[in-house]
Design a protein around this ligand. Structure first.
Ligand SMILES: [Ca+2]
Length: 290
């Protein structure tokens, strides 16, 4: 699976920034310890202190901003959760293996898993291998830089997983479930503006109605490696009566992906839902366009 270049760029950028800030920290510590040993160099001290205080204040400001953003998303999720109709009791601990659909179809490379593990462990302060909902939201901010996703796009990540009955608000989340969300976050951050506008305006009521069909569309078309090729997807969608314009739109959007795994499929689901909606609403119109 070709990794999206934009996500890679963002991540690379983030690593760069982190390294740079580490270097600065290291640098200021060295100078401080020198100052302890050599007290006469007094006139430089206030300058250095101001600098590190400013840095520390900036770090605290960013951390506080992230906490506020996470709390705001958390409230929105809880609101959506309280209005959702569910037959089962809330789950206290969510383990990847308990979600057959994800466990069977989500496969991560060792590199990606190591990257997600670092973000996970940075937030798992009690080191029990689980994160609560707010911690998940905070850890995700280690994966994609602040501002890389709109609130609607971030909410999409959590809400799309309701397709497999996983609710991030319900309790504790393990590393592999976090990896699912982290991977979706990176894929969405790498989408073009058209796909992102679809996600930003996704109506979850419509999506809920299509969840079953979406699951079937995936399951009925996967190959032996549990992926769907773009030509196979087009065959299936054409059988449903999509127009030439829609076919071209899909080819354009998916030109960099040869085969979609489950996470690609969930990332592009709003496109398939849009096309399906359009086919239903204009069944006789040959000139329909996205
Ligand atoms: Ca924990």
């Amino acid at each position: 699976m070709a990794e999206a270049p934009l996500a890679a760029g963002i991540i690379a950028g983030q690593i760069y920034d982190r390294d740079a800030s580490k270097k600065e920290e290291g640098c200021s510590l060295e100078i401080d310890s020198e100052e302890v040993q050599l007290p006469p160099v007094r006139r430089r001290r206030p300058v250095k202190r101001d600098y590190s205080i400013k840095e520390e204040m900036e770090r605290q400001r960013i951390a506080e901003e992230r906490r506020m953003q996470a709390a705001s998303i958390y409230l929105k999720l809880q609101k959506a959760r309280s209005t959702a109709i569910r037959g089962t009791q809330p789950i206290s601990i969510s383990k990847f293996e308990d979600f057959d659909f994800l466990a069977k179809y989500c496969i991560f490379s060792q590199e990606k898993l190591a990257e997600y593990k670092r973000a996970f462990e940075a937030v798992d302060s009690d080191e029990d291998g689980y994160l609560d909902c707010l911690e998940v939201l905070m850890a995700l901010k280690e994966i994609v830089p602040p501002g890389a996703l709109s609130d609607a796009e971030e909410l999409y990540i959590y809400r799309i997983l309701e397709i497999v009955d996983y609710y991030v608000t319900d309790g504790l989340t393990d590393l592999r479930l976090f990896a699912v969300m982290a991977s979706l976050a990176q894929k969405i951050a790498a989408l073009d503006s058209f796909m992102r506008s679809l996600i930003d305006h996704m109506d979850f009521k419509t999506l809920e109605l299509k969840m079953y069909k979406a699951k079937q569309l995936f399951l009925c078309n996967i190959d032996s490696e549990n992926k769907i090729s773009v030509p196979q997807l087009l065959v299936e969608l054409k059988a449903g009566g999509i127009s030439r314009e829609h076919e071209e739109a899909i080819q354009t959007e998916l030109h960099h992906i040869k085969r979609l795994d489950i996470l690609d499929f969930l990332t592009y689901l709003p496109l398939f839902v849009l096309i399906h909606k359009s086919v239903i609403s204009n069944p006789l119109d040959d000139s329909r366009a996205i």
